[in-house]
Ligand binder design. Structure first.
Ligand code: BV8
Ligand code: ZN
Length: 243
C-alpha cells in the first residue's frame, strides 16, 4: 500500500525530477550491473567500460558493446518505463534523468530525457569525432569498426574516468535543485556524479522517494523508501495521482 502522504505531496508538486538506473530496465530483461545477476559479476568495469581498456583491446571492448546492442535492440520497455512517460504529462515541470544507455525511456514515449551516460545506439570516431548511429554500421563482426578517416569508432557512452556531458549534467543538477519532489528509481546510487543528484535535491528541500527491492547508501536519507520493483509500483503511483 502506498503511503497516503506520499501521494498527497507528489500530487501537490509542480516540479518533479527523476533519476533512473539499470534496475528500471531489469524487468525488460536488461541485466543490471551490480545486482545478483549483475553484469559486473562476470566483468570488472575497469576491464571494459573505460577508454584505456578500449585502446588496449578495442575488439574485445567493442564486442562487449555489440553483445549489449544486440540485447538492447531485442528488449521492450516495461510498465515502469510507460508509467514514467505518463507521469511526465501530469506535472508542469518534469525532468527524467537517466543513467541508462538502453534507449527504453525514449521508446516508451518519455520526451524530456537527460541521458547522463550516453546512448548505446550512438557511436563516434575517436579521431575526428564523426557521429555514427548503429544503422550506419555493420554490427556483429566483433571487430571495432573504422571511420572514413581511418579512426576507430567507439560507443557514445560515458566510460569510467570520463566526464559526463557538461550541459546535460548541469541541467540535471538544476532540475534536482529546483524540484519539489525527486524520485530515485532502480539505481544502486554508487556511481558519481549521478549519485549526487538525489542528495542535492533533498538538500534543496525536495521530498525524496526511492524505489528499489534492495536498500542503497541513499535509503537512509529518503523521506519515503518503497521496497519494490519499479515495474510493479510505478503504475500504482500514477493511478493514485490521476484519481
Ligand atoms: C567521472 C558506462 C571523473 C556505459 C557507466 C566522485 C566524483 C566523481 C567521480 C567519482 C567519484 N568517486 C568515484 C568516481 C569515479 C566513478 C565512480 O563513480 N565510480 C564508482 C563505481 C565508485 N565515476 C566516473 O568515473 C564518472 N566519471 O566522474 O569522471 C572526472 C572528473 C574530472 C575530469 C575527468 C574525469 C563516470 C561514471 C559513468 C561510468 N559509466 N557505464 C555502460 O557501459 O553502461 S557506469 C554504470 O553504472 C552504468 O552507466 C549505470 O548506469 C551506472 C549506475 O549503475 P545503476 O544504474 O545504479 O545500476 P546497478 O546495477 O548498480 O544498480 C541497479 C539497482 O537496481 C540495484 O540497486 C538493484 O537493487 C535495483 N533493481 C534491480 N531490479 C529492480 C531494481 N530496482 C527497481 N526495480 C527492479 N525491478
Ligand atoms: Zn573519423
Amino acid at each position: 500500500m502506498i503511503d497516503e502522504s506520499l501521494i498527497r505531496r507528489l500530487k501537490a508538486s509542480k516540479k518533479v525530477a527523476v533519476l533512473t538506473g539499470a534496475g528500471v530496465s531489469a524487468e525488460s530483461g536488461v541485466p543490471t550491473f551490480r545486482g545478483e545477476e549483475g553484469m559486473w559479476k562476470k566483468f570488472k568495469p575497469e576491464e571494459l567500460a573505460n577508454f584505456d581498456a578500449f585502446m588496449r583491446n578495442p575488439d574485445m571492448v567493442w564486442e562487449w558493446y555489440e553483445h549489449r546492442k544486440d540485447l538492447m535492440s531485442k528488449v521492450k520497455p516495461n510498465a515502469g518505463h510507460y508509467a514514467m512517460a505518463k507521469m511526465e504529462k501530469l506535472f508542469p515541470v518534469f525532468t527524467l534523468i537517466t543513467q541508462n544507455i538502453d534507449n527504453l525511456h525514449r521508446i516508451a514515449g518519455s520526451e524530456n530525457i537527460l541521458e547522463l551516460h550516453g546512448n548505446i545506439r550512438r557511436n563516434f570516431c575517436i579521431n575526428c569525432k564523426k557521429q555514427y548511429n548503429d544503422e550506419h554500421l555493420t554490427l556483429g563482426g566483433g571487430k571495432v569498426p573504422k571511420c572514413s578517416c581511418g579512426g576507430m569508432i567507439r560507443p557514445d557512452v560515458v566510460w569510467f574516468g570520463e566526464m559526463l556531458p557538461g550541459s546535460i549534467l548541469e541541467s540535471a543538477f538544476k532540475a534536482a535543485e529546483t524540484c519539489d519532489f525527486f524520485l530515485s528509481l532502480g539505481t544502486s546510487a554508487v556511481v558519481y556524479p549521478a549519485a549526487m543528484l538525489p542528495v542535492a535535491a533533498k538538500k534543496a528541500g525536495a521530498v525524496l522517494l526511492e524505489i528499489n527491492p534492495e536498500t542503497t547508501p541513499l535509503t537512509q536519507s529518503t523521506d519515503y523508501y518503497i521496497k519494490a520493483k519499479t515495474g510493479e509500483v510505478l503504475p500504482q503511483i500514477v493511478e493514485a495521482i490521476i484519481k
